[in-house]
Design a protein around this ligand. Structure first.
Ligand SMILES: Nc1ncnc2c1ncn2[C@@H]1O[C@H](COP(=O)(O)OP(=O)(O)OP(=O)(O)O)[C@@H](O)[C@H]1O
Ligand SMILES: [Mg+2]
Length: 248
């Protein structure tokens, strides 16, 4: 018998308290299957961004996080960060080079790629997010939505096995939002973890949904089960998606 594939992400008893004593994560257990798209929903302040930051060791948590069979520790953070690419909620936390080209090239250069390959990666990832025309622009002059798409390109340029997006559709115009959905569904075959308040977006892209509420996981199941349970969603301050185009 073939043994089942281990999860891409396995989280056990994960807790985190900010230095000012704000409790953000309380005893989370969560498995993300290889290749699936997990969407995390929950009200403001529930702990979604904190959970996403923990996935590549950007905060020091209690508990155990296993990424592709590698237990995260202080010594393997470099490898973990190659495996897990995080697009932050706020693009200004991610873009720090003068131009778009330099921001997108930063990861590939750091990975030791040759110049031609760096250029190829930059063109390819800007093309994927539909932002090739912005290559020469100054990053800090871009609109919020443009910055968000460039942030996605900076992560795609490193081709991580796991993609993590914090509210990727926030401030995107309808065309850019549709483009992002088709990119996620058709082009990016990696394991994905996405937080969002956009329930229709969740319904289109999710295989698996988790509700985070007051630092805890209060629901965890197949997208179809969670996103059609109106009573459950309302209980946690959420709404049913209005589209019925559920992925699974
Ligand atoms: N740097 C910080 N220092 C102290 N507390 C913080 C910090 N960042 C977040 N928090 C707190 O931690 C909790 C979880 O915040 P987090 O940003 O993870 O929530 P979220 O679910 O992503 O919310 P949103 O939907 O508004 O993005 C909140 O109570 C928040 O106020
Ligand atoms: Mg957040």
């Amino acid at each position: 018998m073939v043994s089942p594939k281990p999860p891409a992400i396995d989280i056990e008893a994960l807790s985190f308290t900010y230095p000012d004593k704000t409790v953000a994560l309380k005893g989370l257990d969560l498995k993300v299957a290889d290749g699936e798209c997990l969407v995390i929903v929950g009200p403001n302040g529930a702990g979604k961004s904190t959970l996403l930051l923990s996935l590549n060791g950007l905060i020091e948590t209690e508990g155990k996080i296993t990424i592709k069979a590698e237990v995260m520790n202080k010594k393997n953070l470099k490898e973990i960060r190659r495996l897990v690419g995080v697009v932050f909620q706020d693009p200004d936390d991610q873009l720090f080079m003068p131009t778009v080209f330099e921001d997108v090239a930063f990861g590939p250069i750091n990975m030791g790629m040759r110049e031609e390959e760096v250029h190829a990666r930059v063109h390819q990832s800007l093309g994927l997010v539909g932002m090739d025309a912005l290559e020469g622009r100054l990053s800090h002059h871009l609109s919020f939505g443009e910055k968000k798409l460039i942030c996605i390109a900076t992560v795609l340029a490193m081709d991580p096995a796991i993609l993590v997006f914090d509210e990727p559709t926030a401030n995107l115009d309808p065309r850019a939002r549709r483009h992002l959905i088709s990119l996620l569904m058709d082009d990016l075959r990696q394991t994905k973890v996405i937080s969002t308040h956009d329930m229709n977006f969740a319904a289109e892209v999710a295989d698996h949904v988790v509700i985070l509420y007051k630092s805890k996981i209060v629901a965890d199941g197949p997208a179809r089960e969670i996103l059609t349970d109106e009573r459950l969603l309302l209980e946690y301050g959420l709404e049913m998606p209005t589209n019925i185009d559920l992925k699974s």
